[in-house]
Design a protein around this ligand. Structure first.
Ligand SMILES: *Cc1c(COP(=O)(O)O)cnc(C)c1O
Length: 369
């Protein structure tokens, strides 16, 4: 038996951690609210553990800032928020299996009607549910086609479904494509109104929509990546940093191999540092062999050989005074340098959303005010 202690909370920055700057979060909330019409409420997307930032803690902070609506991807994510004491509306954006619909009820979540067929499933469930209808206006993912006015109207006649909202999602493509999607959605809303269905809470924008068409006047804007400050926009500040401890510093002689598969052979005598973070924590392995770098004491240290599951080896030959226990910055500021999620994403031909949402549970989360 382990000795019982009053607190099992350990030192949070011992190995690898994510720092969440709540001051920058508050700043971004203010900036984003300022971009949107005053009646439009932010509905932060806090799926995938709030893009790695820690969903419960983040939602509670957003609750304190007056935010009263959130969206998640799954029923379990919604249930976790409620168990953690999050207040306000929680919309599940994805499909929920009929066997999990009791979760939706028990935790007072709102379910998305992902298409007309799924509306039948929800109707057959029988118990009362609050739902938002998803409409496909060109994303080709979830939603009943915007062209099927009659099927959409039928859903409003189902007694157990309280249809509170309706939404669509932008493909985040060109201006023209966005315009077509917006027009299609608004045509549908007019069609519904013409048939006596008004007073729906409509929403369309995600981060892309807010940044590219902020003037649209909807009930909500489902904002994710921009809120976390990892969308290309000058006024938004990054909320998240990733840091890890240096575990070993040593010199290697020319010709010595470093890491799995002899991924790197030292061309000269070098000084290397091992840092305690790896792909098991969400550091992309694609950053191996010199593609990526970390920052130590305001200088760049490029990644040598392959990123391992728990550790990564970097070149610190030209950085003075690097010691065991020092901090390496994987994402964020170090001295005058800064690594952004956007730059890493660009390098790896992906989106910052992927980098953030894959940050592992082994990283501790540290919140600064
Ligand atoms: C993830 C998601 C969002 C948020 O997207 P961002 O680009 O991160 O702002 C909004 N709406 C839907 C339907 C989503 O799946």
């Amino acid at each position: 038996m382990w000795p019982r202690r009053k607190s099992t909370k350990s030192f949070a920055t011992g190995r690898a951690w994510v720092e969440i700057n709540l001051e920058n979060l508050r700043h971004n909330v203010t900036v984003l609210k300022g971009m949107l019409p005053s009646e439009c409420q932010l509905m932060p997307a806090v799926k995938a553990n709030a893009y790695g930032l820690g969903a419960v803690r983040l939602c509670k902070e957003l609750n304190r800032l007056g935010i009263r609506a959130f969206c998640v991807a799954t029923a379990l994510e919604g249930a976790e928020l409620r168990k953690g004491g999050v207040k306000g509306e929680i919309l599940i954006l994805g499909y929920t299996h009929p066997k999990q619909l009791d979760l939706v009820k028990r935790y007072r979540l709102m379910q998305t009607v992902v298409d007309y067929q799924y509306a039948q499933t929800l109707r057959n469930y029988g118990k009362r549910l609050t739902v938002h209808l998803a409409i496909d206006t060109g994303m080709g993912r979830l939603g009943e086609s915007a062209h099927n006015l009659e099927s959409i109207l039928e859903v409003f006649t189902y007694n157990n479904l309280n249809v509170e909202g309706i939404f669509t999602h932008l493909s985040a493509q060109s201006k023209d494509y966005t315009h077509t999607q917006v027009a299609l959605f608004s045509e549908l809303l007019n069609g519904l109104e013409g048939r006596g269905v008004g007073a729906l809470k409509a929403h369309l924008q995600s981060s892309y929509g807010i940044l590219h068409c902020p003037g649209l006047n909807y009930a909500y804007a489902r904002v994710g990546i921009a809120l976390y400050g990892a969308a290309n926009h000058d006024e938004l500040k990054p909320v998240l940093s990733i840091k890890a401890r240096v575990s070993v510093v040593k010199t290697v002689a020319a010709g010595q191999a470093i890491g799995y598969g002899l991924g790197f052979i030292a061309p000269k005598d070098m000084k290397i540092a091992v840092i305690s973070i790896g792909y098991g924590d969400g550091l992309p392995r694609a950053l191996s062999c010199g593609v990526g770098m970390v920052l130590i004491h305001g200088a760049r240290a490029s990644i040598l050989g392959y990123v391992c599951m728990d550790q990564t080896i970097v070149d610190v030959s030209s950085i003075n005074r690097v010691y065991q226990g020092d901090t390496a910055v994987i994402l964020g500021k170090s001295g005058a340098l800064e690594m952004s999620a956007e730059s890493i994403a660009k390098q790896l031909q992906t989106v910052p959303n992927e980098i953030l949402s894959r940050l592992g549970t082994r990283l501790t989360r540290v919140y600064t005010h």
